[in-house]
Design a protein around this ligand. Sequence first.
Ligand code: NAD
Length: 254
Amino acid sequence: MFDLTGKRVFVTGAATGIGKAIAETLSATGALVFAADIDRQAGVAVVNNLREQGLAAEFVELDVSDEGTCTRVAEGILAEHKGLDILVNNAGVGHVGTILQTTAADLDRLFAVNVRGMFSLTKAFLPAMIEQNRGVVINMASIGGVVAISDRLAYCTTKFAVVGFTKCLALDHAKQGIRAVAVCPGRVETDFVKKRLAEYPDPEKAYQEMSSTQAVGRMATSEEIASAVLYLASDEASFVTGTAFEIDGGFSGI
Ligand code: NAD
C-alpha cells in the first residue's frame, strides 16, 4: 500500500534496533535511504545488506551531537541530491536513575544526543524542505515522552523535550508543506533495552517486569515501530502533524 519510490530519506541511528528496521522498511518501499550512525562497522553492514537486495542506500558516518558534522553532512546531501523528503531523527541514548542518581554531565550527554542532535539535523535540512514546499520530520520520542517512567529522570526529560520540539516545529512550518511527528514507542526489544536490563541486579526479572508494563504482555519488535514510521512518513498520513504518536502495546506505566 505504501510507496516511497523516489523519496530521499535520512535516518539516524540506523545501524541497529529501531533505526535499522526503519532504514530497511523504507528502502524496501522504494526510498533512497541515507543510513546514518556513529557506528561505522554496523552501519556499513546494514547498507551492504540492502544493496545486495537491489535497494538504494548509502551509509553516512555521523555523531548527531556534533553540530558541525550534521551541517556538513546535510549540505553534502542537499548539494548532490537536490533536497530531502523525509528526515527520521531516531538516534538516542538512555540512562537509568532518579535525579539523585543523575549527574549534570549525564543530563547534558542525553540532551546532546536525544535533543540537540535532532535540532541540528532538522535545522540543516529544513530550508531545503521548505523550498520544495514538502517535507516530513519524524522524531523518535518514547512513551516516556508523554508519561513519567520511574528511574528514568534524564531520559524522560529529553523525550518530553522531543515531543515539545516536534509540536513547535509542526506549528511553525505547517503552511510551508512540512509535517512533523513524534513517535512514542513502549518498550522495544533492542540492544538499547538489553543495555538497560544489564544495569539491574536481576536482568531476567527486570525483563519480565518491562514486558508486563505493556498490556499485550510483551515488548514490541523494531519492525512494528518501523511500520508505524512508514505510515507516518507516507503521503497517506498527509493530515498527521504535531502529534505524539503512541505505539506502546497498551503501556500501563511503572
Ligand atoms: P539502540 O541502542 O539499539 O540503537 C541506537 C542506535 O543509535 C545505535 O546504532 C547507535 O550506534 C546510534 N547512536 C547512538 N548515539 C549516536 C550518536 N551520537 N550519533 C549517531 N548515532 C548514534 O536503540 P533503539 O532501541 O533502536 O532506540 C532507537 C530510538 O528509539 C532511541 O531514540 C530510543 O530512545 C527510542 N526508543 C527506544 C525504545 C526501546 O524500548 N528500545 C522505546 C522507546 C523509544
